[in-house]
Design a protein around this ligand. Structure first.
Ligand SMILES: [Zn+2]
Length: 484
């Protein structure tokens, strides 16, 4: 989450929304001046009328952008600015939503949410498009409709607001209904699937044709989905955190898999960074992108010798998009995906390996920092974190097991106390449809560790430990297999 807290805003120094500020007597005449200026500004700034349950209100706008803090405050939410974090937090009842000027991600009740567009600081205001404001208030349990010619704001209507979308996974297309904790009754009739919800639901947006899902409509509590001819529902299951209901379609075209011609297991190794993205830099100019490639090559050679097919996401100094890295593993139907990285820390003494698996939430601030650093090369607005995290959710137990096995071997090799397996929202892991981990093999910022890791014997020892872990994981007895 650290990435959400970087850019500080110098606007809106007030720590509360205007409606809750109370003047102090000693400041009276400054306040009068301020009020006059505010009045003049208010008079000159165009305003959009907002219908609320409490009556009509006005919120400043500039073109298509409206004043976010003023609008969000109309829900009754308290909006605070944290100078240290550089972010705003809106609190309403049990909901808490954090957003940052310039950012397109929000943290809602501890989870990352993608915003349709950025929240911008301009003219001493925070401005955002109506659709972005609509998502922000929806995260507080309210709904916003209309445009800058007139808006309607109210508590979200009775029922959960569903967002229906599709995800292509290795086993076929998944139709994902986000925003529901309910388990609907599912019945099929020809190419139509009807989901009857026990409690009211509404569609947050119309269902658009996506792949094998041709469309859908809601009547009362019954949602009807239209599927392409020959497609049917093979399985349904609910997921939590965030709440979703998933339908797995069968008869769907499988992903165009690359024929691997293999009989045994396949591991995809992902050397972190590459090209202009150099990653961390050691005290003697050691580059993370070179170290990760070296260790990936050594590990791949040892895996092949052990009868495990190994493929690299890059085998040269080239830039590869984070999403393309897991896409390769998905196409190859790899059994395991391992992204290899090296840490950097301001604490020069920091040392030892760390193994991560995917989570929308970081286990601690160090994990959050590590994820923010590794995610830096991902363009934020293309990060479909929440949607894609579905692919890893199905493999979470296996990923946790894999992470533990890897971390144990690396601890034994490095003779360190367990730094522990951690979870953090690493973009590179989100799209993997198989058990996936990210290994920070050590701290490049530590001179001793940088020298040891980049030297051939150190790299070989590390590769050997990785191969021990991966072969042990792949050959694990059935009782170790975690059930999803
Ligand atoms: Zn890295």
């Amino acid at each position: 989450m650290t990435s959400l807290r970087r850019r500080g805003a110098s606007v809106y120094p007030a720590t509360r929304s205007a409606g809750t500020a109370r003047p102090r007597p000693a400041m009276t005449h400054r306040l009068v001046v301020c009020s006059l200026v505010a009045l003049l500004l208010a008079a000159s700034a165009p305003a959009v009328e907002v219908a609320t349950p409490q009556g009509r209100a006005e919120v400043a706008h500039r073109g298509d952008l409206i004043d976010v803090v003023a609008l969000v405050s109309l829900t009754g939410a308290e909006v605070r600015f944290s100078r240290a974090a550089g972010s705003y937090t809106a609190s309403l009842g049990e909901h808490e939503v954090q957003f940052t000027p310039g950012g397109t991600l929000a943290v809602a009740d501890g989870r990352l949410e993608q915003l349709p567009g950025p929240v911008r600081a301009a003219d001493s205001r925070l401005l955002a498009a109506v659709e972005t404001c609509a998502v922000l208030v929806s995260l507080l349990g309210w709904s916003l409709e209309g445009d800058t010619s007139g808006l309607t704001l109210g508590p979200a209507g009775a029922g959960e607001r569903l967002v229906v979308s599709t995800v292509r996974a290795a086993e076929g297309t998944l139709v994902v209904l986000r925003g529901t904790t309910q388990k609907p009754q599912v019945s099929s009739r020809a190419a139509e699937v009807v989901l009857r919800f026990p409690r009211p639901v509404q569609l947050a947006e119309p269902i658009t044709a996506q792949g094998e899902l041709l469309g859908g409509s809601l009547e009362g509590n019954a949602l009807t989905l239209t599927l392409a001819p020959g497609i049917e529902v093979a399985a349904t299951y609910p997921l939590s955190d965030p709440p979703r209901f998933v339908l797995r379609l069968a008869g769907a075209q499988p992903l165009a898999g690359v024929e691997t011609g293999r009989s045994g297991p396949l591991v995809v190794l992902d050397p972190g960074h590459g090209g202009d993205d150099r990653g961390a830099i050691g005290p003697h100019g050691e580059l993370e992108k070179d170290l990760t490639l070296q260790i990936a090559r050594l590990t791949a050679a040892r895996l092949q010798a052990a009868g495990v097919t190994a493929r690299l996401t890059r085998d040269g100094d080239e830039a590869v998009a984070l999403t393309d890295r897991t896409a390769l593993a998905n196409r190859l139907r790899a059994d395991v995906f391992v992204s290899i990285h090296a840490n950097a820390s301001l604490a020069r003494g920091a040392h030892g390996a760390e193994t991560y698996f995917m989570s929308a939430e970081a286990t601690d601030s160090h994990a959050a920092q590590a994820a923010a650093t590794e995610n830096a090369s991902a363009p934020q607005d293309t990060v479909q974190l929440i949607l894609w995290d579905l692919a890893q959710t199905a493999n979470l137990n296996e990923s946790a097991l894999l992470a533990r096995v890897v971390q144990e071997r690396l601890n034994a090799l490095q003779e360190i106390r367990d730094r522990g397996v951690k979870q953090a929202p690493f973009v590179v892991l989100t799209g993997a449809t198989m058990p996936a981990v990210l290994v920070e093999v050590g701290f490049l910022s530590n001179p001793d560790e940088a020298a040891r890791l980049t030297a051939r014997p150190g790299g070989e020892a590390l590769a050997a430990a990785m191969v021990e872990a991966l072969t042990a994981y792949l050959a694990r007895p059935a009782e170790l297999t975690a059930t999803p």
